[in-house]
Design a protein around this ligand. Structure first.
Ligand code: ZN
Length: 168
């Protein structure tokens, strides 16, 4: 029987991870840990946050670790110039706006945009176009569920095919 070398996370590897993301207060923001499907991604192509990708480098199946990712390696710093006042009439009329609500739409070029409602004052609505996790330190608990070689096609396409990836 041929000896199998242990697969470790690195460029051109397809990696499956379970993770729980918490904020500074310890509240769970996102998790796929309990009965969820692992996140499957191609390593080394910035498919996931830089800080998480760096922390996964060299890890193997069943490795568990925690990492706190600073904003500069996650969604960036919160930029005050992205907070602005808009007229209520420029926002969807059928939505009952509330502070904290995340609005999704497209910009004039058709690109997806999101904004969080900060406050509503009469006809003026303050929205924050920063990513909701901008400026936040992200605390991840990670379990590596699997590591395999990417196929040549996956490397060429820059993404994973099959379960958890693109089907084409
Ligand atoms: Zn593809």
């Amino acid at each position: 029987m041929a000896a199998q070398t242990k697969q470790v996370v690195g460029p051109n590897k397809v990696v499956a991870v379970y993770f729980t993301l918490k904020n500074d207060a310890g509240e769970v923001i996102e998790t796929n840990r309990r009965g969820g499907k692992p996140l499957i991604y191609l390593h080394g192509v910035k498919a996931i946050l830089p800080g998480l990708e760096q922390a996964l480098e060299g890890k193997a199946k069943d490795d568990q670790f925690s990492v706190s990712v600073p904003p500069e390696l996650a969604w960036g710093h919160h930029r005050p110039e992205f907070v602005e006042k808009v007229m209520r009439s420029t926002l969807p009329a059928d939505v009952a706006l509330q502070p904290g609500m995340l609005l999704r739409g497209t910009d004039p070029n058709g690109r997806p945009v999101a904004a969080t409602v900060v406050k509503i004052e009469g006809d003026e609505v303050t929205v924050d176009r920063n990513h909701p996790l901008a400026g936040k330190v992200l605390h991840y608990e990670v379990i590596v569920a699997g590591v395999r070689d990417a196929t040549r096609e996956e490397v060429m396409h820059g993404h994973v095919h099959g379960p958890g990836g693109a089907h084409h």
